[in-house]
Design a protein. Structure first.
Length: 296
């Protein structure tokens, strides 16, 4: 595997990526009504060269002036995320957005710059992430008195692992996620109580048919449902009450909504999404998993 200095970035590819992510950002801004909406560029099955082109736009690239550095990237496969995180700069903020398996939790929790796990849907997985993140933090503290160049260092202030609880808003058997209502509230309560996790918000991947039909004017039933679940959790857990979330805005702490992908992100933002996950609209068509390369 090469180091960053050895990675080659095709200037025409970099310019195309810059133009595409600029277009997505402009479409988000057009419906966000001044809100800051996080764009997670979904880079699964794409090489680290593409990610580096967006995270470190070169002044010599034709499209460099078109876009600010993109630092939030989403991955669906735990092994692929781990490999990319080892190769790329530590200021990249990784999001694990794929189906979470219990066996993934240990390795994921020990990635220094893993910013969020967005697909937590059971108490067991939350407990494993909390346990292994705690072990990781303890190891960091133990090595702090005698640091070495190879010592892992998380981004300052991000020792706790951000968590989105996934909700199955469509009720489809093929979809992961908690059932709306008591099950969602219970898991959110457990994440909130975990010492090494931070409940950031709720996430959904809704029905495909609803996504295709979504526009900025046509409301998506899954997005309505997730917004209702967020409001329920906020009420049940007392989030945002006096003394909660100091320094997190005029109204105190709240929980964010992570909803919207390439097909429907504008409609999601119009309905209050705080984070959208966009892949093919930025990176183009994906290769098969067997043909994908970590670097080119």
């Amino acid at each position: 595997m090469p180091d960053i200095a050895e990675m080659k970035i095709d200037p025409s590819r970099a310019a195309a990526l810059a133009s595409q992510i600029k277009g997505v950002s402009e479409r988000i801004a057009a419906v966000a009504q001044g809100r800051n909406v996080r764009l997670v560029a979904v880079s699964k099955l794409k090489p680290v060269n593409d990610i580096l082109a967006l995270a470190r736009p070169s002044s010599s690239d034709p499209g460099a002036a078109l876009v600010q550095p993109q630092l939030h990237f989403g991955e669906n496969y735990a092994q692929e995320l781990t490999q990319k995180a080892e190769l790329l700069p530590r200021d990249i903020r990784w999001h694990f957005i794929g189906g979470l398996q219990s066996g993934h939790c240990k390795n994921l929790a020990k990635i220094p710059n893993l910013w969020c796990v967005s697909s937590v849907d059971t108490l067991k997985k939350a407990q494993l992430l909390d346990r292994y993140r705690g072990e990781y933090i303890s190891a960091l503290k133990a090595s702090a008195s005698s640091p070495s160049p190879s010592s892992p260092v998380p981004e300052p202030g991000l020792e706790k692992l951000n968590i989105h609880v996934q909700v199955n808003t469509s009720g489809e058997a093929s979809k992961s996620g908690c059932a709306p209502g008591a099950e969602t509230v219970a898991l959110c309560r457990a994440v909130e109580a975990a010492p090494n996790l931070r409940l950031l918000g709720l996430m959904t991947i809704g029905a495909i048919a609803r996504s295709v039909a979504t526009t900025a004017e046509n409301e998506n039933e899954d997005f309505i449902a997730l917004r209702e679940q967020r409001d329920l959790v906020v009420r049940e857990l007392g989030i945002g009450e006096e003394g909660e979330g100091e320094g997190e805005g005029e109204g105190g702490r709240t929980l964010e909504l992570s909803m919207g992908m390439s097909e429907d992100f504008e409609g999601a933002v119009a309905m209050g999404s705080d984070e959208v996950r966009v892949g093919s609209t930025i990176f183009g068509a994906r290769p098969s998993r067997a043909e994908a390369k970590i670097w080119e």
